[in-house]
Write a protein that binds this ligand. Structure first.
Ligand code: PRP
Ligand code: URA
Length: 212
């Protein structure tokens, strides 16, 4: 695992195997969605390792004991539309008490810059751990715009989970938000001339929703 305080690339045979299937151009949308969910479970295990906890008392059928519970208000799970939705659902299975935010953004096909078209965040975003999700971190434009918006609305504790990233995207996020932790399942080589990740998996939204 590449692991610094701000970039974690989860190195695990199951993640690598599933990423290979995800990359495969022959993988159909149903299988693609299932793989996105499974990879999200696996990387969330690492990405959420430092969620704050507290000690509580719990009564088992046998005795009363001290145990660990999550602390603080419910985390905010924020997905960048539309591809991020697949990861929101997976994180919600792990954190069912989470509150969900949506940020609508698409990349302009000519400029590759993000165009914002929707935003709805949970209340008290300033008090919550924010788990920002988007399968692809390419130029980083969408992630930076999303983090800017979250911080403008008061969010203080933000982490980003993506399935595939590239050096350009990581650098862009950390140029604007130096301390923001990023967790990836794979760090690819580079962007191509159309700002797609190489080798990547193509257009995540199109492959998830079958809109190719
Ligand atoms: C994809 C992806 C990210 C963005 C990444 O979304 O889900 O949001 O591209 O690229 P960037 O790092 O260069 O900003 P897209 O714009 O294709 O929209 P979609 O999810 O609606 O398909
Ligand atoms: N968005 C995607 O879905 N894939 C890429 O490779 C780049 C941006």
């Amino acid at each position: 695992m590449t692991n610094s305080a701000i970039l974690t690339v989860v190195d695990h045979p199951l993640v690598s195997h599933k990423i290979t299937l995800l990359r495969d151009v022959r993988t159909e949308p149903g299988a693609f969605r299932a793989l996105c969910r499974e990879i999200t479970f696996l990387i969330a295990y690492e990405a959420l390792r430092d969620l704050p906890t507290k000690t509580v008392e719990v009564e088992t059928p046998i005795t009363t004991t001290e145990a660990i519970s999550l602390r603080g208000p419910a985390p905010a799970i924020v997905g960048i539309l539309r591809a991020g939705l697949i990861m929101v659902d997976a994180i919600l299975e792990l954190v069912p008490h989470g509150r969900v935010g949506h940020l609508g953004m698409y990349r302009d096909p000519e400029t590759h810059l993000p165009v914002e078209y929707y935003g709805k965040l949970p209340t008290r975003i300033d008090e919550r751990e924010v788990i920002l999700v988007d399968p692809m971190l390419a130029t980083g434009g969408s992630a930076v715009a999303a983090i800017d918006k979250l911080k403008t609305d008061g969010a203080k504790k933000i982490r980003l989970l993506s399935i595939i990233g590239c050096p350009e995207g990581v650098a862009a996020v950390h140029a604007s938000h130096p301390d923001l932790p990023i967790t990836l399942a794979a760090l690819d080589e580079r962007l191509n001339e159309n700002a797609y990740i190489v080798p990547g998996l193509g257009d995540a939204g199109d492959r998830i929703y079958g809109t190719l």
